[in-house]
Design a protein around this ligand. Structure first.
Ligand code: TGC
Ligand code: FAD
Length: 387
C-alpha cells in the first residue's frame, strides 16, 4: 500500500477519533476558505477579518478551555492540530488564533477571577471580543524582565504608562492583556482599547506575516479600575506561563507550513520538465524531497509526544523550547528549499513557499527567538544560566 508522503509514519493512526475529526474540519476550512484568498491577502497586506465569525463558530478560539465558558473543551493535541492545519494555510491565521486563545483567553482563565472569566471568555470564544497581548517593549523583547511599562496604584484605580512593540492584533483588538511593572512586581491588566490614553499604531512595511495585523501600543496615563487587574498571578511567570501555551501551538503550526511547501515542491518537481525529464527524476532533487519528508516526520512525532505530555499534565517549558526551536527551523529551511525547487516560479505568491518562508522569519523570532530557545535547552543540559 502506498504511504502518504506527508505522513510517512502514519502518525494520524495515533490520533483519537475526536482528534482526527478536529483535524479534518480545520483542514476543510483551510482548503475552502483560506487557500483561495490568502495569496492576495499577503500581497495586499490585509488580515482577512471576514473569517473571524467562521473561525469562532468552529470552536477554534480558546478551544482547550472548558465548555462552561462557551469554549470547546478540547485537549492539547487537538489545539496543536488546529494550529497545524491553520498554518498550512498561513502563519497569520494561526497567529490570530494563538494570540486570542493562548495569550488572551488563557490568562483570563488561569489568572483572572470568576467574574472576569464569565464576562470575557464566552464573548471571546464567539469572536465578539478580540484580544491582543502586550509583553514586548521597544528596547528588547528577549528580556521581558527589563520591563519599563509600569502601573501605579491611584485609589481604586491603576494608571498605566509605557509602550509595547510588535503586538499581533493590536489594531483589531477590543481588549489588550498588558503586562506592567508595579510595586509588587509584574502584573497583568485587561485594558479596553477604547480607554482614553491608549493608542495602537499599525506597523507598516512588513515583508513577513503580511496577512496579520502587527502594532505598537502606547499608554499615556491609561486609567483602569482594580477590577481589570488579573488577581491570581505576580511576576514574570504570569506572561511566561501564557507563552508556554502559545509556544506549544507554535511547535505544531510550522509543521503545516512545511507540509504545504513540501507538497507543492513535490508536485512541481514531478511535472517540471528540464533536460527532457521531470526534475524529480534527478537524484539531487529526490534527495531534497526525501530529506524534507524525513524532517517533517520527526517534527510531527516531536509535537505529538509534546501534546501527549501536555495532556498528561507533565509538559515542561524546556521541552516546549526544544520543539519550537526544532520545528520552526525545520519549516523555514524546507520553505526556502521548496522555493528553490520551484525556480523562478517560486518567487511569486502564485505558489506558497515564498510566503511561508517570509512568514516563518517572524515565527522563528516571536515567542522567543531561536537563540533564546537554544539557551533554555543549554541551561537545562548544563545547569548553567547563560542569559
Ligand atoms: P526567570 O526569571 O528565571 O523566571 C521567572 C519565573 O517564570 C517561570 N518561568 C516560566 N513559567 C512558565 N513557562 C515558562 N516558559 C517559564 N520560564 C520561566 C520561572 O519558573 C520563574 O518563576 P518563579 O516562581 O521562580 O518566579 O526567567 P527565565 O530566566 O526562565 O527567562 C529568561 C528567558 C530569556 C527564557 C525569558 O525571558 C524568555 O522566554 N524570553 C523571550 C520572551 C518572549 O518569548 N517573548 C514573546 C512575546 S509574545 C509574542 O511573541 C507573541 S507572537 C504571537 C503570535 O502572533 O503568534
Ligand atoms: P531582541 O530581543 O532585541 O533580539 C535581537 C537579537 O539578539 C536576536 O537575534 C536575539 O536572539 C539576540 N539575542 C538577544 N539576547 C541574546 C542573548 N542573551 N544571547 C544571544 N543572543 C541574544 N510580542 C508580544 O508581546 N506580543 C505579540 O503579540 C507579538 N507579536 C509579534 C508579531 C510579529 C510579527 C513579530 C515579528 C514579533 C511579535 N512580538 C510580539 C515580539 C516578539 O516576541 C519579539 O520580536 C521577540 O521576543 C524578540 O524581541 P526583539 O525583537 O526585541 O529582539
Amino acid at each position: 500500500m502506498a504511504l502518504d508522503p506527508t505522513d510517512l509514519f502514519d502518525i494520524r493512526s495515533l490520533l483519537s477519533d475526536e482528534e482526527r475529526a478536529v483535524q479534518d474540519s480545520v483542514a476543510r476550512f483551510t482548503n475552502e476558505r483560506v487557500l483561495p484568498i490568502i495569496g492576495d491577502c499577503f500581497e495586499q497586506g490585509r488580515f482577512p477579518r471576514e473569517l473571524i465569525p467562521e473561525i469562532a463558530s468552529m470552536g477554534l478560539l480558546g478551544s482547550s478551555l472548558p465548555e462552561k465558558y462557551g469554549c470547546a473543551g478540547l485537549n492539547g493535541v487537538s489545539y496543536g492540530l488546529i494550529c497545524q492545519e491553520l498554518e498550512r494555510g498561513d502563519s497569520g491565521i494561526r497567529s490570530f488564533v494563538s494570540v486570542q486563545s493562548s495569550l488572551c483567553m488563557y490568562p483570563i482563565f488561569a489568572y483572572g477571577n470568576e467574574q472576569q472569566r464569565q464576562h470575557y471568555l464566552p464573548a471571546m470564544a464567539r469572536g465578539e471580543i478580540i484580544g491582543c497581548f502586550g509583553l514586548t517593549e521597544p528596547h528588547g523583547g528577549s528580556d521581558p524582565a527589563n520591563m519599563k511599562t509600569h502601573a501605579k496604584r491611584d485609589g481604586g484605580d491603576w494608571v498605566i504608562n509605557g509602550a509595547k512593540m510588535w503586538i499581533t492584533n493590536g489594531n483589531v483588538a477590543q481588549i489588550a492583556i498588558v503586562w506592567a511593572q508595579t510595586e509588587d512586581g509584574i502584573q497583568g491588566f485587561i485594558v479596553p482599547t477604547d480607554t482614553p490614553g491608549f493608542t495602537a499604531q499599525e506597523i507598516k512595511k512588513k515583508m513577513s506575516l503580511r496577512a496579520s495585523v502587527t502594532s505598537a501600543l502606547f499608554f499615556d496615563n491609561v486609567r483602569v479600575s482594580d477590577a481589570q487587574r488579573l488577581p491570581n498571578v505576580r511576576g514574570l511567570k504570569g506572561p511566561l506561563g501564557c507563552l508556554t501555551q502559545a509556544r506549544f501551538g507554535i511547535t505544531w503550526g510550522p509543521v503545516g507550513a512545511a507540509i504545504a511547501c513540501f507538497s507543492e515542491a513535490t508536485e512541481y518537481a514531478k511535472q517540471r520538465i528540464v533536460f527532457n525529464r521531470p526534475i524529480a527524476a534527478n537524484q539531487a532533487v529526490q534527495l531534497k524531497l526525501a530529506d524534507m519528508a524525513r524532517r517533517i516526520t520527526l517534527a510531527q512525532l516531536l509535537s505529538l509526544q509534546l501534546g501527549r505530555l501536555k495532556d498528561a499534565g507533565t509538559m515542561q517549558p524546556t521541552q516546549v523550547s526544544l520543539a519550537k526551536w526544532n520545528n520552526v527551523r525545520m519549516a523555514i529551511d524546507i520553505a526556502r528549499e521548496a522555493r528553490d525547487i520551484l525556480g523562478g516560479a517560486g518567487i511569486t505568491t502564485e505558489h506558497c513557499p515564498i510566503r511561508h518562508a517570509l512568514n516563518l522569519e517572524s515565527v522563528i523570532t516571536y515567542e522567543g527567538t531561536e537563540t533564546v530557545h537554544q539557551l533554555v535547552v543549554g541551561r537545562e543540559v548544563t545547569g548553567i544560566n547563560a542569559f
